[in-house]
Design a binder for this molecule. Sequence first.
Ligand SMILES: Nc1ncnc2c1ncn2[C@@H]1O[C@H](COP(=O)(O)OP(=O)(O)OP(=O)(O)O)[C@@H](O)[C@H]1O
Length: 311
Amino acid sequence: MNISALIEIRSISKSFNGFKAVDNINLDIGYNEYLALLGPNGAGKTTLVEMIEGLQKPDSGSISIKQKNWKQHASFLRRIIGISLQETKFTDKMTVRETLDLFGSFYKLGKDRTDQILKTIRLEEKEKTYVVNLSGGQRQKLALGVAILHEPQILLLDEPTTGLDPNARRELWDILMNLKQEKGTAMILTTHYMEEAAYLCDRIVIIDKGKILADGTLTELLNSYAPGEIIYFEVAQHLSQEILQGIEGIKHIQWLEEGTRAICTVISITQTLPQLISYFEQNNITVLSLECRKKTLDDLFTAMTGRSLNE
Ligand SMILES: Nc1ncnc2c1ncn2[C@@H]1O[C@H](COP(=O)(O)OP(=O)(O)OP(=O)(O)O)[C@@H](O)[C@H]1O
């Protein structure tokens, strides 16, 4: 049996004054899938998401959600989609509870739904606080609360944690993970944060200049485009490059300072690190700094484009 995807995007493009913001994108999103759209500023993420939300019309191509489209089935789609835009403006002079009650009334939901949502977004203690007095993180939680009031099957979140401190970001992640586990919600999230995409999402789609550069799980993407692990070192004495070539498992050395500071791409840290350390010991080399890490999505993006995600 051929089970169709929850969202099917076929060859969509969108230009602004001749500039292609989204360039012939094809994408399927499955039921209960959490998908991250990751890319630098101006990559086309918001434009793509706004077309899925029905807020912008593609110049060409089609988007179908549960085999329905915005032209013919707008009210159905509004019922199954919850959105949180990059900047959500609420009325400052309303409390958290009043804001949720108001949005709930659009869906004919009762006060008990507001109670449930306050609990879900962990803002029960702030229910009487005016929106103007909320912190950035609390506002983002309220925006998420409004997006999930009507129990949407699909969440479309545009940079939901931009500008938040790490604690507030973590709290929002927890809420989103619970939604996935308890309600089976699907989500498309745009983000600049690699850790966010890696932590929350089953699948990562990297976008640059309106096109999809890569699509897969974090492990798949790293294995295909940026295999290996990283050992960085800085030493006091000058090393000859050839000597390092004798150490097993080093695939590539990038010298940041000739002979003293380098980033080594290795097949496995566990294999190469002991050899490197014993080489330093045997040759009385003083180590000033040593760091080991797995490759990140930023390494991946740099490998693909020659630029950092945060440039
Ligand atoms: N309404 C518009 N009019 C003109 N140009 C636009 C409009 N909306 C987007 N663009 C341009 O389209 C490109 C893609 O923008 P978009 O906002 O989709 O990128 P993004 O990946 O979401 O970026 P960011 O991470 O900064 O939000 C950018 O060059 C932007 O300037």
